[in-house]
Design a binder for this molecule. Structure first.
Ligand SMILES: CC(C)(COP(=O)(O)OP(=O)(O)OC[C@H]1O[C@@H](n2cnc3c(N)ncnc32)[C@H](O)[C@@H]1OP(=O)(O)O)[C@@H](O)C(=O)NCCC(=O)NCCS
Length: 441
């Protein structure tokens, strides 16, 4: 299966606003100039209650994470910025290991005194249209609130669990124990970590991981304020460096030892490297616990421990919100869980991108899959009867393998015109690994 890295077809542009909205023109969205990005960043920070303007040192690094020409803004009549949204170009790993171009959407905010007047709606339309014009097959984001993005066609496509693991917990005798872990300085990490991550990404069979660009790494590793109490470790296995972890430590009490290590990032190429990094973290002195946010469901920390109850799941949450911009290309790029089966016909509704609207035929015997492997364009949406029906957000929820079609039918996200198609759809959409991204942006 080829990656759909280059899109030669006609660019997809979002439909204009509905007749009602057209009668009352929406706010005008424009691409911000480089000199306006700091103001946009402050606006976003204030909207998220994450602090206002950043100091010069911080901005020197933060500005690197703004991709040129990808930040949009909406102005008040007086010309003051009232809302903003940005993105950077990345690629999303889909089931089967292909990577499709992706817009990583972030820093969405509207001034508190200008919310609920359609500013976000105007920004989202423009941003999605721009991403599609760039040939990006998907857009993803992390949502501050779960009710914001569904209306724009985003659906939750991966979830994770939050862990709290007792520091010093003993490992089972059979748990992997090979490999070495060493601490590295942030300056060294800036050179070491990106290629380790790139190697892990190349080898991964898990759906969901994305390409991290230079700006993302700069923001993560060179952020001045994060230097205090920050740890970075690299794991070395038989084939060299094969994993890393990044954390901060916060005090939970006043005594020595009343600390919690907050794990921010842990990626590993092998189960041995995963175990080695967790073994290291849980062995750090003067800690009560290691806590981690949105780890993959199938990370076997509890299974590594002598007493599995030392690993508690403290929460679960949505991770990747996925918007399929080019449904035919996305469907052609992924592999299907069961080969040689009759293709399945799914009617997809997409109010924003008419080219996605219609019947898509999926499975390894579908025309789109055959077309893609021949290097031809994926089959466009067609017409006629369908076995199943959903909107584009519902399709996104199954696309990486997070939700089974039967769950989505049972909860009303999808409808089934042929009940026998539901278990067939489950078998087609299933993935061997749980989807998870592991990159916050
Ligand atoms: C979320 C946010 C960007 C929405 O901007 P906005 O300009 O108010 O959004 P719009 O006016 O275009 O709203 C479009 C629709 O979404 C709804 N909506 C917007 N934000 C919502 C929220 N937080 N919860 C529920 N519904 C919301 C609106 O009610 C509106 O629905 P309606 O058309 O049925 O009335 C803005 O409230 C904000 O900046 N919040 C704080 C920062 C933040 O959370 N940013 C997102 C980071 S991921």
């Amino acid at each position: 299966m080829s990656t759909t890295g280059t899109q030669s077809r006609e660019p997809r542009t979002a439909t204009p606003p509905t007749a009602g909205a057209a009668a009352r023109p929406g706010p005008e969205v424009r691409v911000l100039e480089p000199g306006e990005l700091r103001t946009a960043h402050a606006l976003f920070g204030a909207a998220l209650h994450a602090g206002g303007p950043v100091d010069d040192d911080r901005w020197a690094v933060t500005r690197l994470s703004y991709a040129p020409g990808r930040t949009f803004g909406v102005d008040l009549p007086a010309g003051t910025l009232a809302g903003t949204a940005t993105s950077f170009g990345s690629a999303l790993t889909v089931p089967g290991g292909a990577r499709v171009p992706m817009a990583a959407v972030t820093r969405v905010g509207v001034r508190a005194d200008r919310t609920r007047r359609g500013l976000l709606t105007a920004l989202m339309r423009e941003q999605l249209s721009d991403a599609a014009d760039r040939g990006e097959v998907t857009a993803t984001l992390r949502a501050s609130e779960a009710r914001i993005y569904g209306r724009f066609g985003y659906g939750v496509a991966s979830r994770g669990r939050n862990l709290r693991v007792t520091a010093g917990a003993r490992f089972r005798p059979g748990a992997p124990a090979a490999g070495e872990v060493r601490l590295v300085h942030p300056d060294e990490a800036a050179t070491l970590l990106p290629p380790i991550y790139a190697r892990i990404l190349t080898g991964t069979t898990r759906p969901g991981p994305i390409v991290r660009d230079d700006g993302w790494w700069a923001l993560t590793l060179r952020r001045p304020a994060a230097d205090a109490a920050r740890g970075i470790a690299v794991h070395t296995g038989p084939d060299g460096d094969d994993g890393f972890a990044l954390w901060t430590v916060r005090q939970e009490g006043t005594d020595f030892g009343e600390n919690v290590l907050e794990l921010h990032d842990l990626h590993a190429a092998t189960p041995q490297a995963t175990a080695g990094l967790w073994r290291f973290l849980l062995g750090v002195d003067l800690l009560r616990a290691v806590s981690a946010h949105l780890r993959p469901w199938d990370e076997p920390v509890d299974l590594l421990l002598d007493d599995p109850r030392h690993c508690r799941t403290t929460g679960v949450g949505d991770e990747t919100w996925l918007r399929l911009l080019d449904v035919p290309a996305a469907l052609a790029a992924r592999t299907w869980g069961e080969s040689g089966q009759e293709p399945l016909r799914i009617r997809v509704h997409d109010a924003l991108f008419p080219a996605n609207d219609g019947v898509h035929v999926i499975g390894d015997r579908a025309a789109s899959a055959i077309g893609d492997s021949d290097g031809a364009d994926p089959a466009p949406a067609g017409d006629g009867p369908a076995d199943l029906e959903c909107d584009v957000a519902g399709l996104a929820m199954a696309y990486l393998g997070d939700r089974r079609p039967s769950e989505l039918v049972a909860s009303g996200w999808w409808s089934a015109h042929d009940r026998a198609a539901v278990p067939r759809a489950d078998r087609l959409f299933t993935t061997s690994e749980v989807p998870w991204c592991g990159t916050f942006f």
